[in-house]
Design a protein around this ligand. Structure first.
Ligand SMILES: Cc1cc2nc3c(=O)[nH]c(=O)nc-3n(C[C@H](O)[C@H](O)[C@H](O)COP(=O)(O)OP(=O)(O)OC[C@H]3O[C@@H](n4cnc5c(N)ncnc54)[C@H](O)[C@@H]3O)c2cc1C
Length: 460
């Protein structure tokens, strides 16, 4: 049930537009109510966990509502490809409403959860009534709001660095790279300025940082080198990491293989390096002092979503601040660690007590499938006794120039591969995992177009 908070202290009247005031009466009425027999399930977030759950949940018996500030799902493993134009943004998103007409959706942030009243507090994320607040009540609640990038409180990162978490970040990166090249190509720019503008710094040598560096390397070496040949001597990329090696969650042979490939291509890898601060034009490193850059990508891990931080009375992991659940993915109370029977948490924002699983799409996806089965079986009167167990399907990363590393040692002992075959596997695996038939068609078309005609270099 939608309860607009008009008239209460929660309403931010200053943000209401004439349009909102005209249509204000709508927010007082209930939204589309499907009146399903097993009540309303509200899913917070439209990421890997939330979107998969939405797809698999039985919508004949449950009234399924999604609340998320973005109205689509993003296929994150291919996000780095869109940041340089190997793929186009539309090819890796799936609209929430597009999947099923039997769901309800609100484009809003969830700011609070009242576990006693079984109510969530939301703030609209639409242009025309941004900031307007309303409440929704639930019978079952699924918290899958993901996590934020971790800056480790390093000064200047939020202001000057770019994260790679969402489509808006990928758009920012694409424009920034082109801005740097156009700037360096203008008359009167000194060699020193060119070298500074064309230094691309990637902070974080995990899978995301490495994949992004590889995509950027391809973009520069295959497309920009053709368009700005005079600038190639000034262009460089550096991957910084505090750890002693990059790709440290992969088999060490694969990490070495990737390191060698990067070094041979002239991508500098500086491990054991600590960032002290980030300023507009330079990054200050403990080991080297001030290093100028044109674009700085920050990809160093995760911190808690502010909603999760604000939640009271629920148990959280001390180290990662993620929500603690039991093996049935039910949220635990803070004091006795007993489960709330109708509140679940999964994806990057949650972890199972005494089972520290990685924050990956693979885990989020498998947990969503598990929870959908549990809830669907509940309708049939068949409770699920068995808790969630993770099946590690291995990991992969693109390392540039038609090469990838694939580590399947968790599935078959010694099953690791690096090179062209691994790249073929990487591409086909992700293509098969994309959701809609539309994107399964679009993605190979974009790949083919980038191969034939080069990547689009329009700055939009
Ligand atoms: C560039 C990149 C590449 C990656 N590659 C891989 C890979 O190859 N393999 C792999 O396994 N993992 C990969 N990951 C990790 C994977 O994307 C995450 O583990 C996964 O997205 C987690 O799913 P989630 O549903 O928990 O969170 P997300 O997918 O982050 O979704 C969170 C959702 O919650 C919404 N939300 C946030 N705050 C609120 C709020 N207050 N109220 C309501 N909604 C909210 C967000 O808008 C979003 O829709 C990658 C991540 C990135 C960024």
């Amino acid at each position: 049930m939608l309860k607009a908070l008009t008239g209460s202290s929660l309403v931010k009247t200053s943000t209401s537009s004439p349009l909102t005031r005209y249509f204000g009466h709508l927010s007082k009425s209930k939204t589309k109510t499907l009146g399903k027999s097993h009540g309303r399930v509200i899913i917070l977030g439209s990421g890997w966990a939330g979107y998969q759950l939405l797809r698999k949940l039985n919508k004949k018996d449950y009234e399924v509502t999604v609340v998320s500030p973005r109205n689509h799902f993003v296929f994150t493993p291919l996000l780095a490809s869109t940041a340089v134009g190997t793929l186009e943004f539309r090819g890796i998103v799936e609209p929430v409403r597009g999947y099923s007409k039997d769901i309800d959706y609100h484009q809003a942030w969830v700011d609070g959860v009242d576990l006693k009243r079984q109510v969530i507090r939301c703030t609209s994320n639409l242009e025309d009534n941004k900031g307007q607040e309303f409440e929704l009540d639930y019978d079952k609640l699924v918290i899958s709001v993901g996590a934020y990038a971790n800056t480790f409180n390093t000064p200047g990162v939020k202001e000057h660095g770019i994260f790679l978490k969402d489509i808006s970040d990928a758009k920012k990166i694409r424009n920034r790279v082109l801005e740097c090249f156009e700037y360096a190509a203008q008359p009167g720019v000194s060699d020193q300025e060119k070298a500074a503008k064309l230094h691309f710094a990637i902070i974080g040598g995990g899978a995301t940082g490495v994949e992004f560096s590889s995509e950027l390397y391809d973009f520069i070496s295959e497309d920009l080198s053709r368009l700005y040949p005079q600038l190639m001597d000034h262009t460089r990329m550096t991957v910084y990491d505090v750890a002693p090696s990059i790709l440290n969650t992969f088999d060490s042979k694969l990490a070495d293989y990737a390191t060698k490939k990067f070094t041979r291509r002239g991508i500098q890898i500086k491990t054991g390096t600590h960032v002290v601060r980030v300023e507009k034009d330079y990054v200050e490193l403990k080991e080297e002092g001030k290093v100028p850059y044109g674009m700085l990508i920050w990809s160093t891990g995760l911190s808690a979503n502010p909603l999760v931080e604000s939640l009271k009375d629920i148990a959280k992991d001390e180290r990662s601040h993620r929500i603690l659940t039991n093996e049935h993915l039910q949220v635990l109370d803070d004091e006795k660690k007993e489960p709330y029977s109708n509140v679940y948490a999964l994806g990057d924002c949650a972890t199972i007590l005494n089972q520290d699983l990685p924050a990956t799409a693979q885990v989020a996806n498998q947990k969503a499938i598990y929870l959908s089965k549990t809830l669907n079986n509940e309708v049939k009167g068949k409770p699920t006794d068995q808790g969630f167990s993770f099946k590690n399907m291995g990991s992969m990363a693109y390392i540039g120039s038609w090469k990838a590393v694939v580590d399947m040692s968790a599935v078959h002992e010694g099953a690791t591969e690096g090179g062209f075959l691994a790249w073929l596997f990487w591409r086909s695996a992700y293509l098969s995992m994309t959701v809609s038939a539309r994107n399964k068609m679009l993605i190979p078309m974009y790949w083919f177009s980038a191969f034939l005609f080069g990547r689009d270099v329009s700055k939009l």
